[in-house]
Design a protein around this ligand. Structure first.
Ligand SMILES: NC(=O)c1ccc[n+]([C@@H]2O[C@H](COP(=O)([O-])OP(=O)(O)OC[C@H]3O[C@@H](n4cnc5c(N)ncnc54)[C@H](OP(=O)(O)O)[C@@H]3O)[C@@H](O)[C@H]2O)c1
Length: 257
């Protein structure tokens, strides 16, 4: 028997890609979902419509993660509209410019840190009163297997994800007593707009052309990541915290990214 997930979830970067799939999946499992996005209002509205067509409840909230004022206003609006949040999926992210350390200035490192680490931590800080009061609450962060490999020309992105993972583990230790579970999901290459751009820039090809070289005959789909997030947010993961799950089919093929 599937127990419906009676939760209020905030999913950042849920207008497209992995975040959209997570929003759809959590809503299908019974959660009410706040769909955060940065600027693609039409895509966010489409995510909300897709949730509603499937019988779920969602609402879109614009705020660039990393913009403190916008994030604070979003948290207030979500609380007013949907009530306290007991599930945060920190997924919003952006790629770095793909330059070598020799050619990367401080601004680029700070830009990536703000989106992937400092912004999410600010959001967590604002939501902690809700999360601590929930009894069971979850923070799930979307990192990347790139942390394990640190390929050339990716320092700003890799460093930001490393910092995110360190912060998540620290948060897990600090908030365990309050019932807040904190876990990390680390995808390999996923077929999204970001994945498409990465493959075009680094391998000069398309994701569709790479399918045959990947585990199980395909590059991961956003739904593969969403399923793991749903597991971590569900009853079966009640006794997990401070863990990291890679969603890469057991390892990315050599020479990709
Ligand atoms: N795709 C991959 O191969 C891959 C692999 C490993 C990890 N990841 C990670 O997975 C996460 C999602 O990636 P994706 O592939 O789904 O990316 P995507 O297709 O480019 O979608 C990015 C989403 O994040 C939103 N976003 C970007 N910056 C934001 C900000 N500052 N504040 C709020 N929302 C923001 C975008 O909103 P708008 O639509 O409004 O622009 C969009 O909804 C990222 O953290 C990424 O680092 C991706």
């Amino acid at each position: 028997m599937v127990i419906p997930m009676k939760r209020t979830a905030l999913v950042t970067g849920a207008s497209r890609g992995i975040g959209r799939a997570i929003a759809l999946r959590l809503a299908a499992d019974g959660a009410t979902v706040a769909v955060n996005y940065r600027r693609d209002e039409a895509a966010a509205a489409d995510t909300v419509s897709a949730v509603e067509r499937a019988g779920g409840t969602a609402r879109a909230y614009r705020a660039a993660i990393g913009d403190s004022d916008a994030v604070a206003a979003m948290v207030d609006a979500v609380r007013t509209d949907l009530g306290p949040v007991d599930l945060l999926v920190s997924n919003a992210g952006t790629a770095s410019r793909g330059t070598a350390i020799a050619d990367t200035g401080e601004d680029e490192y700070l830009r990536l840190l703000r989106v992937h680490t400092l912004g999410p931590l600010e959001l967590v800080r604002l939501l902690l009163p809700d999360l601590r009061a929930a009894g069971r609450a979850d923070v799930i962060v979307v990192s990347s297997v790139i942390v394990d490999r640190a390929p050339a020309n990716g320092a700003a992105y890799t460093m930001a994800k490393v910092a995110l993972e360190a912060a998540a583990r620290t948060l897990a230790a600090e908030e365990r007593g309050a019932g807040v579970r904190v876990n990390i999901v680390a995808p390999g290459l996923v077929a999204t707009d970001m994945g498409d751009r990465l493959v075009a820039a680094t391998a000069g090809t398309t994701i569709a052309e790479l399918d045959g070289r990947f585990p199980f005959g395909r590059v991961a789909r956003p739904e593969d990541v969403a399923g793991v997030v749903a597991f971590l947010a569900g009853q079966d993961a009640d006794y997990l915290t401070g863990q990291r799950i890679s969603v890469d089919g057991g390892g990315m093929p050599a020479g990709i990214l």
